[in-house]
Write a protein that binds this ligand. Sequence first.
Ligand SMILES: CC(C)(COP(=O)(O)OP(=O)(O)OC[C@H]1O[C@@H](n2cnc3c(N)ncnc32)[C@H](O)[C@@H]1OP(=O)(O)O)[C@@H](O)C(=O)NCCC(=O)NCCS
Length: 178
Amino acid sequence: MSFSVRRVRAGEGERVRELRLRAVSDPAAAMAFLTTYDQEIARDPAFWDERAASGASGDAGAMFIAETADAWIGSATVLVRRTGDLDHTGHRLRTDHAGIVGVFVDPAHRGAGVIDALLDAAADWTAHRGFDTVGLGVHVDNARAQGAYRRAGFVATGEEFTTSIGRERAMTRSLRVR
Ligand SMILES: CC(C)(COP(=O)(O)OP(=O)(O)OC[C@H]1O[C@@H](n2cnc3c(N)ncnc32)[C@H](O)[C@@H]1OP(=O)(O)O)[C@@H](O)C(=O)NCCC(=O)NCCS
């Protein structure tokens, strides 16, 4: 299967929406995503246009998508939080932080390297913004995602925290050139 990864483009809100609806319909969604199908389906087109626009340019974040010749098959988004912003646990950040969210690969294309390419694109973008690490949170029971993250160079930090989906484990990947 041939696929490529690129940053989303402004104007692709409808495709961003369609991929997100597929993601939140996944059997693993309840331990993977902080929003539900009902929440996502209720949003108006302007929300998705804004999500595409903010994912496409600027330094606050970047959304990457994987695509074959005829379909989008996965995504990963980097969100940058600045010193003083609230983190995922409601605490104020003491340093700038880059984290990956919205990780999804279509079931028909799993185990084919798509996740590695998405994470590499996200890491590359983050490194170019001067960060030494990129982090993420993964549900303690989401063994498949943890396996993919470990293979891609993420290690558990030892920190665990609770969100609306339950207990999550923090993982981080070094972006320093070895
Ligand atoms: C998470 C996700 C992006 C990973 O992509 P993928 O293509 O399925 O990942 P891969 O199959 O390449 O890698 C999974 C790894 O976990 C391992 N694994 C799979 N199922 C496992 C299980 N039940 N227990 C332990 N390890 C498991 C695989 O062997 C593989 O590791 P290896 O390459 O060292 O053998 C994809 O499964 C997905 O979209 N899941 C639903 C949404 C989700 O969970 N998103 C992440 C939110 S944090």
